[in-house]
Design a protein around this ligand. Structure first.
Ligand SMILES: C[S@@+](CC[C@H](N)C(=O)[O-])C[C@H]1O[C@@H](n2cnc3c(N)ncnc32)[C@H](O)[C@@H]1O
Length: 260
């Protein structure tokens, strides 16, 4: 099955060379450490990151889990080319999250980070993670939760960003129901709210680079230009040192295939 890339929210091949900025760095995956702490006998531990992008998560994990087999999968070859440069000891595979080229029961632990909104058939994707996991496996999904962060400065200045996100992200209660429908035995979630005042000048600099968020890339040129113009108007009115409020809410969903 060939994926129609023109239907994707973002063509990551066009920005793969710009993607790796320090704001996107990943620390070692604490959820994986917790999973393994309760299962020290897994040798080798088999880990899959679906929608791995430039591979930062697996590269951060690699030194901490020396015996593990790690596989990073992504739809876009450009992202995987960046991943290959950094990821010694990780196997990188190009495939769509709804059709992974692995046998059922191949992995103990699967992650999906900042990627599920890009997948149109989410139920099929989640069912695919269930298929790929071993009977006592775990899937951990991480993303922002747009439904819990109405004060994000990007939504204030770029209303088109919210219009896109309410289509592509699900409210957490619907996500949980869908994950259960896909076949998970137990699904739990947690939120982490981060609210920080930001200087308007810093926000303007951030927003002026369009590759910074998928919202900027996916919205129409006119909507992006209107948002930048609104920021510039406020900066002219309030001055360079003005501070604006913003918030982000991070969502983590932990899905157990079995009822453990
Ligand atoms: C915002 S990036 C996140 C990358 C990485 N997980 C991270 O946290 O840095 C979203 C990633 O999802 C990938 N992606 C989008 N749709 C996909 C699909 N249907 N199957 C696999 N990967 C997909 C993109 O190529 C991109 O690398």
């Amino acid at each position: 099955m060939k994926t129609d890339l023109s239907q994707q929210r973002v063509n990551y091949d066009t920005i793969a060379h710009l993607y790796d900025e320090p704001i996107r760095d990943h620390a070692v995956d604490e959820n994986l450490a917790q999973f393994l702490a309760a299962r020290p006998s897994y040798h080798p531990l088999l880990v899959l990151d679906m929608g791995c992008g430039t591979g930062k998560q697996l590269a951060a994990n690699r030194p901490h889990f020396p015996g593990a087999v790690m596989v990073g999968m992504d739809l876009f070859a450009g992202m995987l080319r960046q991943a290959q440069r950094r990821g010694q000891g990780v196997c990188w595979v190009q495939a769509d999250n709804i059709a992974a080229p692995f046998a059922g029961g191949s992995f103990h632990y699967i992650t999906n980070q900042f990627s599920y909104p890009h997948v149109q058939n989410k139920l099929r994707f989640f069912a695919e993670t269930v298929r790929l996991l071993k009977p006592d496996g775990r899937f951990v999904l991480t993303n922002i939760d747009p439904w819990s962060m109405p004060g994000w400065a990007i939504y204030r200045y770029f209303p088109a960003a919210w219009a896109l996100d309410e289509q592509d992200f699900l409210p957490v209660d619907r996500l949980v129901v869908m994950l259960e429908q896909a076949g998970y035995g137990r699904v739990t979630f947690s939120h982490r709210h981060l609210a920080a005042p930001t200087s308007l000048a810093d926000f303007q600099a951030y927003a002026s680079a369009r590759h910074r968020t998928s919202q900027f890339i996916a919205m129409a040129d006119a909507d992006y230009a209107a948002g930048l113009a609104a920021i510039e108007r406020d900066r002219q009115q309030w001055g360079d040192t003005a501070v604006i409020e913003s918030e982000v809410c991070l969502l983590t969903i932990i899905c157990e295939k079995g009822l453990y």
